[in-house]
Design a protein around this ligand. Structure first.
Ligand code: ADP
Ligand code: MG
Length: 637
């Protein structure tokens, strides 16, 4: 093909791709424009994923009627005039690209009334072509309505995720700006329902409550600005809120950073926040934080990326240390001296361990594989210590005596007593207690009878079977037991729900509450029902019976967080995900001391799991050291 200059619209569509990726990017640009126009109240409304209709209304200073056309022209901006202006940008926008890009890929209606003009005007454009401009009555301010986003860019439409995911991104964007501008009133309406709202009273704390929920906010402490270490250092002010070390999450997504009122992503600065907690929280766990970093606009370059989400600092090290020092100071001020000296026992998060057991082969084990001729199973249960890496036992095939003994044990008659004497009825509300299965129909044995020898590091259960030693990961094993129990009940539509006696209230962040609405039906299928009690506030009516005597609120918070962050696919998968999360939440943790009875009970339940070899996430539940391996290791063989 010969070289040709692209038609204007096509060029605009290509350029739009850089700025406008999804409905949330439109929302972001329109919010920025409203804030730049000095708006004190913003109303954001979307329908479905936001591609059908999306509207942002503000009470800013408006656009003069004779400038409407210019507003959607490429590189047209009222915010900068010269290259020099780039050095001290105080507005959120400056590239003059957003409205042009949005207009190119949608049907746009721009209505505005400038504060110095008696009437308003309206511009209608389709795919970048202006269709109409006329006078209309309008309050002072601007309304941008974007319909049929990407209607003329099918390639882009294909990359959009589910409605739930797109909504989540919109919620996240609105949440971010609301935190950055506590003095501005934000209202977000999704499908006709108000899902998020701030009062504009200027209190960051109130906005955090709206975003993250009251319970999370209660666990936060204020981060107050510190005086600079030396006078010659650049001005850097850091303030906001952060959690006490005992409240932490499995990922960094709850660390929000703002530079001069602009939400940014910066791995280094996120790390600075994490660093502030060094030795105070277990590695692999992260705090929740909302931090405002104010810095001279000359010391930061915001023109690094079209979406302006990344910035470049003139002295990155100074910013890093200011963030780390200020946060550290806030935490240590609030903590008791004992706290600061002693690192809390890190909870060993088994999630981060590498699964060395091939889950694909283990999942083939089923009830029918109890035949003594099933050599596959034999392979999976016998390992030796040939390889130096203790996690990677090689398989041993063709075993002798011990195997026979093992298999005999494995075929232990199924009609044995259902509730053996070692199962003690549970007396306390101890959340760690292992559920008891008295009276349940027995399932075929998939492991030999194991005798509990003891507990190691309050994390592993040492057991002995006919074919050697089994070292069981108590958390993984318990997760497996609970998972099979719940999934069995769920698949037979027999999830036993229990009305909550002391109904409790969940105060959620807007993303969590959006997740609750999105997955309401799936949550109900698994046993959770709610009643809306106020904005982002829900009364919990029932929970799965298995959860009733534990701490369902904690499990629910974790579960909704997961749902708000993940992108679950089909219905069954979501329910499996919910069930896995519940199991993870209620299973005994690593680091919990168990009584002999509890251990024996757990082990006996594991022996009858359909797939006792891995936890629901695919990690091994136990490591087997065969008698032969032991003999060889001790030079007895
Ligand atoms: P930029 O924000 O980078 O200047 P945009 O394409 O987003 O570029 O907007 C172009 C111009 O339109 C802005 O510079 C501003 O003058 C005007 N404008 C856009 N939205 C608004 C609004 N909500 N209120 C007032 N003026 C606006
Ligand atoms: Mg803009």
């Amino acid at each position: 093909m010969p070289i040709r200059v692209l038609p204007t619209l096509l060029a605009a569509q290509i350029a739009a791709g850089e700025v406008i990726e999804r409905p949330a990017s439109v929302v972001k640009e329109l919010i920025e424009n409203a804030l730049d126009a000095g708006a004190t109240a913003l109303n954001i409304e979307i329908h479905g994923s936001g591609t059908k209709l999306l509207r942002v209304r503000d009470n800013g200073h408006g656009i003069p009627a004779n400038e409407l056309e210019l507003a959607i022209a490429r590189h047209a901006t009222s915010k900068i005039q010269s290259v020099d202006d780039l050095n001290h940008i105080r507005t959120l926008g400056f590239r003059g690209e957003a409205l042009h890009s949005i207009a190119a890929v949608s049907r746009l209606t721009l209505t505005s009334c400038h504060h110095k003009q008696p009437t308003g005007a309206q511009l209608i454009a389709e795919g970048g072509q202006i269709k109409d401009i006329r006078s209309v009555g309008s309050a002072i301010g601007t309304t941008v309505e974007v319909a049929d986003l990407f209607y003329n860019v099918p390639a882009r439409r294909k990359f959009l995720k589910s409605d739930a995911t797109e909504k989540r991104h919109v919620v996240a964007v609105v949440n971010q700006y609301a935190m950055a501008y506590p003095k501005v009133r934000f209202q977000l309406i999704i499908d006709g329902r108000e899902t998020f709202h701030t009062s504009g009273n200027g209190k960051l704390g109130d906005v955090i409550v709206a975003v993250m929920g009251l319970d999370t906010f209660r666990s936060m402490i204020e981060v107050a600005p510190l005086a600079p270490l030396r006078d010659d250092l650049p001005f850097i002010e850091v303030y906001g809120f952060t959690t006490l070390p005992e409240v932490n999450r499995a990922n960094r997504s709850h660390i929000y950073l703002f530079v001069n009122g602009r939400a940014i992503t910066d791995q280094r600065l996120t790390y600075a926040v994490v660093q502030a907690y060094h030795t105070l929280i277990p590695s692999g766990r992260y705090p929740l934080a909302v931090l405002m970093i104010n810095i001279d606009p000359e010391d930061v370059d915001v023109n690094v990326h079209p979406t302006k989400a990344e910035v470049r600092f003139r002295s990155p090290d100074a910013v890093f240390s200011a963030v780390q020092r200020t946060v550290r100071h806030a935490i240590t001020q609030k903590m008791s001296p004992v706290h600061v000296r002693q690192t809390p026992t890190p909870e060993i998060d088994t999630d981060t361990k590498q699964a060395t057991w091939p889950p694909s082969s283990t999942s083939s084990i089923s009830k029918s594989s109890t035949s003594p001729t099933n050599s596959k199973r034999r392979q999976q249960l016998d390992f030796d210590l040939d390889t130096p890496n203790i996690g990677r036992y090689s398989h041993q095939i063709g075993q002798s005596q011990t195997d026979e003994a093992f298999l005999e044990e494995a075929n232990y008659p199924h009609d044995e007593i259902v509730s053996p004497p070692y199962i003690q009825p549970k007396e306390s509300d101890d959340p760690t207690a292992i559920p008891i299965t008295i009276g349940k129909p027995k399932r075929p044995r998939t492991l030999p009878i194991l005798r509990v020898v003891g507990q190691l590091k309050a994390t592993y259960i040492i057991t002995e079977g006919p074919a050697g030693m089994y070292l069981i990961d108590q958390h993984a094993a318990h997760e497996r037991i609970l998972y099979e129990e719940l999934m069995a009940a769920y698949s037979q539509k027999q999830v036993i729900t229990q009305q909550v006696l002391d109904t409790f209230i969940l105060e959620l962040g807007s993303a969590q509450s959006q997740a609750l609405f999105t997955y309401k039906d799936e949550l109900a299928n698994v046993g959770f029902t709610f009643e809306e009690f106020g904005r982002n506030t829900f009364k919990v009516i029932s929970v799965p019976a298995l959860l009733s005597d534990r701490d369902p609120a904690q499990v629910l918070y974790g579960l909704l967080d997961d749902l708000a962050n993940g992108d679950p696919a089909g219905e069954a998968e979501i329910e499996a995900k919910i069930v896995k999360r519940i199991c993870k939440g209620i299973a005994v943790k690593a680091g919990q001391v168990l009584s002999h009875h509890e251990m024996q009970n757990l082990v006996h339940q594991l022996e009858r799991c359909e797939n006792p070899f891995t936890c629901p996430h695919g990690r091994p539940t136990f490591i087997h050291l065969s008698n032969e391996a032991l003999e060889r290791e001790f030079g007895r063989a």
